[in-house]
Ligand binder design. Sequence first.
Ligand code: ATP
Ligand code: LTN
Length: 324
Amino acid sequence: MKRAVSGVQPTNNLHLGNYLGAIKNWVELQDSYDSLYCIVDLHAITIKQDPKVLRQNVLNVAKTYLALGINPDKSTIFVQSHVPQHAELAWVLNTIAKLGELERMTQFKDKATQHKENINMGLFDYPVLMSADILLYDPEVVPVGEDQKQHVELTRDLAERFNSSYGKTFVVPEPLIKKEGARIMGLDDPSKKMSKSASSANNYVSLLDSPDIAAKKISKAVTDSGSTIESGKDKPALTNLLTIYSLLSGQSIKNIEKEYTGKGYADFKKGLANTVTEFLSDFQAKFNALDDNKVKAILEEGNKKARAIAEAKMTDVKTKMGLL
Ligand code: ATP
Ligand code: LTN
């Protein structure tokens, strides 16, 4: 079976962009791929975290994976910091990663601008740790949103560089980015991606927003000029809302446009709010029904499975490099 590997940072609550751009695809892949889905807590600490909140967020992300349909009988769910080989391989890859290629990473540039008071080495090295997360497991594919394409490309370059210096060691993975939903835009600003760390909570619909709050955020969402409900290059706000509507309802954008022919923005937003709140209610019921201890046991089991693969890969890396 081919393998898929991906991860999400346990920072704040996940939002519709995380689901539609990444986790929805993970759910679809788990039947045909040996899938490993990580909670990347070592990445999260590149931005200052409150320890109590971080601890809770790791558990919440695990519950989110489960409630969204990641099945622990099919997929391995695990915590990055519980598999020490991630940090170990990151160090090794640091010795072949070039300063110049890391300086080009747009996520680093964005985060360094957002967190001027804490531009730490970890933030700069973030993409190398992500490469280690991936390369330890030899996946063929890495299902992510559009914003992570550059990081997966760096991972490919590092894998090829290592392989050509030390002999074939790593599988060179492909990013798996869906056409629809790969870049869900902010509700308050359709020129920027929906983001957990946006300055306004009106930017995103969190998966744990109450249906009331979610409906309010949708009613406040920015729209384009004009009055017809249609997608298009000149209608970024409506295209974004139609994409969310379509992916959550399973209806095509064309059908939704047809349904709202002759109707206005208010009707459309009401329909979208209904679709979103139905999805959230179903998700939240599953999330709240999960027992903390059972979730911790699932993580323990996942950590063990991931560790076994990572240990073997790290032994191979060390042997190839001449580390005793
Ligand atoms: P932050 O904005 O705080 O950096 P984030 O919302 O980007 O966080 P991550 O944990 O960095 O969340 O991303 C998890 C996954 O969700 C990644 O695969 C990423 O590509 C995807 N993703 C994040 N935001 C979006 C978005 N707006 N649209 C589609 N996919 C997204
Ligand atoms: N960098 C990603 C999260 C991430 C990841 C990974 C994704 C860390 N390690 C390995 C895929 C594979 C992000 O910021 N969204």
